[in-house]
Design a protein. Structure first.
Length: 295
């Protein structure tokens, strides 16, 4: 499977955090062979354990059968070195939101992978043109922005860097669709579409909390009940990761240069304190061991 769809057979996924784990699972469920790499062996083990648990839950709920769960797990290879991705024909990078980390990874991938391989980033806000410039194949670099949680959220934003070729962008679109996603195309501007609109709202909710406009619970309840949102902006910030939100706001502020985008000091303070959100058990709210919100 996968061979006759967009010519992609082996997908390398870099970063086994919230996003990389979900991307690897969805790609494997759709029949692609996946090589999952993370610099942290602990993150890699945790991602694989979470995936197994999720596949088992799917069997119990009748979403798929045991054979599907088993075959999906078997399609995912644990890559302990970046070099293990050397035969991949498509890479989706989902390492931490840091321009230095991403440019270094793309520089190394460019030297490692066959010239025809396509390199994409799941970055939430960093310029694809800048990431492409870290390689000698900018025409084969694009943005492929999945939403969290990847197995549930239907959208992929495709981002064409200045040099991305039309042919490569078509493969990105086809692959997103082969992974069961809907696809939109956005310009390579800070935050693209989703985060250009979502992050200022989350940042403003942090300013509201900082000013004491209302409690965190009441800000979230107001936005859910008043705007029909499924999650309030502060619980969503915890879900995304406060470090990721801060990094995205930083890129939007730097890229667009308007003071209305300045990251909220309270958001910065939480990140400095290590309160990164749900993934570490504490952010704006506290979470128990099962990641349930405690208040
Ligand atoms: P995360 O903190 O859950 O995971 C990041 C992972 O990257 C960690 O496991 C870390 O060990 C690994 N890592 C760091 N440096 C690395 C390197 N050099 N090589 C390989 N692995 C490395 O973060 P996340 O939420 O999964 O976000 C990952 C990317 O996806 C970011 O670019 C983020 O902006 C983007 N994104 C996040 C969301 C979200 O809601 N969290 C949504 C869409 C896109």
């Amino acid at each position: 499977m996968g061979l006759d769809r967009c010519g992609v057979e082996r997908i390398g996924v870099i970063g086994a955090g919230q996003m990389g784990g979900g991307i690897a699972q969805v790609a494997a469920q759709r029949g692609f062979r996946v090589f999952l790499f993370d610099t942290s062996p602990k993150a890699l083990d945790l991602a694989l354990a979470r995936m197994t648990a999720q596949l088992e839950r799917g069997v119990k709920k009748g979403k798929w059968d045991e054979i599907h769960a088993k075959e999906t797990s078997e399609r995912i290879v644990k890559a302990c070195e970046l070099e293990d991705l050397k035969d991949c024909d498509f890479v989706i990078e989902a390492a931490k939101e840091d321009v230095g980390v991403k440019c270094d990874l793309f520089h190394r991938l460019d030297a490692l992978l066959p010239p025809k391989a396509i390199l994409t980033s799941n970055t939430s806000s960093i310029s694809i043109t800048r990431i492409g410039a870290a390689t000698k194949r900018a025409s084969r670099v694009a943005g492929m922005h999945f939403m969290n949680p990847v197995p549930v959220m239907p959208l992929v934003e495709g981002i064409r860097g200045l040099e991305t070729s039309g042919e490569v962008f078509s493969v990105v679109e086809e692959l997103a669709k082969a992974m069961g996603k809907t696809f939109i195309e956005a310009l390579d501007r800070p935050g693209f579409v989703v985060n250009r609109i979502l992050m200022p709202m989350i940042n403003e909710a942090c300013f509201a909390l900082q000013e004491g406009l209302a409690s965190a619970e009441h800000i979230d309840r107001a936005m859910k009940g008043g705007c029909n949102l499924p999650m309030g902006p502060l619980e969503l910030a915890d879900f995304i990761g406060l470090d990721t939100c801060l990094a995205i706001m930083g890129v939007i502020f730097e890229g667009l240069g308007e003071s209305k985008y300045r990251p909220c000091p309270l958001l910065k303070q939480y990140v400095t304190a290590g309160r990164l959100g749900r993934k570490v058990g504490r952010g704006i709210y506290r979470y128990d061991e099962d990641l349930k919100k405690m208040g």
